[in-house]
Design a protein around this ligand. Structure first.
Ligand code: COA
Length: 198
């Protein structure tokens, strides 16, 4: 059996923000969904990547729909956005931001009916190839204990826990994970991808 060819689209800022805001509407499990304005505000003026995986709808019409997405951006030592400044401060005991180029996995998920089909791995591999080419040293991501699907996935994608912030309710404890980047990361990639840009 031949492996699937994942369809990936990389978006510029304005269009990408609208697409992400649209797809997040499908995720009732997220407490707060991002608006296009919030996404633009966060990404404008910094290096970012907006990726979306598309897949055919099951009705054989040939139509494709967005099924999975991943938004990442550079995380710099001197952040002025309060949320990002807080994130950098929390991680500064484990990451030396001054000597490394750090990519932050901000948003990402796969629609329920398309989970377990490799879309998120394909997006992650495409992101890693880009990040290595852009000279990033490290990818970091934040989740919580209660997000078991995401934790299992990050495990499979070879992210390591770099910090735990315990909460009164252990399900709410924050888990920070990281993955060191370099050409060696690309050797472990296995998805076949067809990427459209713009
Ligand atoms: C986590 C999530 C993005 C995975 O997307 P997906 O498209 O189903 O992932 P993939 O099919 O590409 O799987 C990637 C790898 O993770 C593994 N994986 C996927 N779901 C998993 C799960 N629930 N438990 C353990 N491992 C899992 C797969 O086996 C695969 O590993 P492999 O390639 O080595 O076989 C998806 O389940 C999701 O959107 N969940 C909700 C997101 C969420 O909870 N966000 C909260 C904020 S962090």
């Amino acid at each position: 059996m031949t492996s699937p060819n994942y369809l990936i689209r990389e978006y510029p800022l304005q269009q990408g923000a609208l697409e992400i805001a649209y797809i997040e509407e499908f995720f009732n499990e997220f407490p707060t969904r991002k608006t296009a304005a919030e996404i633009i505000q966060r990404l404008e003026g910094r290096e970012y990547q907006i990726l979306m995986a598309e897949a055919p709808v099951p009705d054989e019409s040939g139509a494709v729909v967005p099924v999975s997405y991943k938004v990442s951006h550079e995380l710099r030592p001197e952040e002025t956005d309060p949320k990002l400044a807080d994130l950098v401060a929390r991680l500064s005991d484990t990451i030396d931001f001054s000597s490394q180029k750090v990519l932050y996995n901000w948003l990402g998920a796969t629609r329920l009916d398309w989970r377990g089909q490799g879309h998120f791995r394909a997006l992650t591999e495409e992101q890693e190839a880009w990040a290595v080419a852009q000279g990033y040293d490290l990818i970091v991501v934040k989740t919580k204990n209660r997000y078991y699907d995401m934790r299992g996935t990050l495990d499979s994608l070879r992210f390591n826990v770099i910090k735990l912030e315990p909460a009164a309710d252990p399900l709410e404890s924050k888990v920070y994970l990281g993955k060191r980047l370099g050409p060696f990361v690309l050797d472990a990639h296995r998805s076949r991808r067809q990427v459209t840009r713009g």
